[in-house]
Design a protein around this ligand. Structure first.
Ligand SMILES: CC(C)(COP(=O)(O)OP(=O)(O)OC[C@H]1O[C@@H](n2cnc3c(N)ncnc32)[C@H](O)[C@@H]1OP(=O)(O)O)[C@@H](O)C(=O)NCCC(=O)NCCS
Length: 189
């Protein structure tokens, strides 16, 4: 049977991540990671991060348009004053769309990507979307694992979606709303 969490349960988990201790290892000092909306002065660092994380980065004009139009769904992860990750989403009608997520190569596997994704999901839930979708390169095992861990499921393949010909997996996160409550399904039927 599928496990279903109530909105309150889901939000409690998500909002806890607004400011949290990055796990670190052993006796390493733990530094707080802050998750917040983007500000105009963050853009330069986000563009540098984008170029560091993707072989085919989004144009800076696209990122600045997203930041200008919808800062609420453009989140930054900040560690000791430096931007170490970002996640950006959009809302079209009842559907949320994760446009991109990236974490600085030296800060990966510390829970930052998961924190960003959970927080952006909680924001999209507030926007009353009934599903969230995303596209991910078929070869991008790290991102696919991350999305599956949060509850996304692969619902299809877009053949040759990327400009270099690679396929995309289309992944979906369903949200059902019953009797005024909001429920998150753990995956698709
Ligand atoms: C995908 C990405 C954002 C993950 O960020 P991250 O901060 O390293 O991820 P987290 O530490 O929060 O990991 C959360 C979960 O994701 C999965 N995961 C993350 N990196 C992984 C890897 N290299 N291999 C396998 N699973 C991985 C695991 O399930 C992990 O949970 P666990 O630590 O309990 O095993 C990061 O690898 C990245 O920036 N990649 C380049 C940009 C990119 O491809 N973005 C996605 C575009 S669609």
């Amino acid at each position: 049977m599928k496990s279903i969490k109530t909105y309150t349960e889901v939000n409690r988990t998500f909002f806890k991540l607004e400011r949290y201790e990055s796990p670190g290892k052993g006796s390493e000092a733990k530094a707080p990671v802050v998750l917040r909306s983007i500000k105009p002065e963050d853009l330069r660092e986000v563009i540098v991060l984008e170029r560091l994380c993707f072989q085919k980065p989004f144009p800076s004009s696209y990122l600045s348009t997203l930041a200008y139009l919808s800062p609420k769904t453009f989140l930054i992860a900040e560690l000791e004053g430096r931007i170490v990750g970002y996640a950006v989403a959009s809302v079209r009608g009842r559907e949320g769309h994760i446009i991109s997520i990236a974490v600085h190569p030296q800060q990966r596997r510390k829970g930052i990507g998961e924190g960003l994704l959970k927080k952006i999901l909680s924001i999209l839930l507030e926007e009353k979307v009934s599903a969230i979708i995303l596209e991910v390169r078929r070869s991008n095992k790290a991102a696919i694992r991350l999305y599956e861990k949060i509850g996304f499921r692969i619902e299809g393949v877009a053949k040759g979606y990327y400009s270099d010909g690679e396929d995309a997996f289309i992944m979906r996160y369903n949200i059902s709303r019953e009797n005024g409550g909001i429920f998150r399904n753990e995956g698709n039927p």
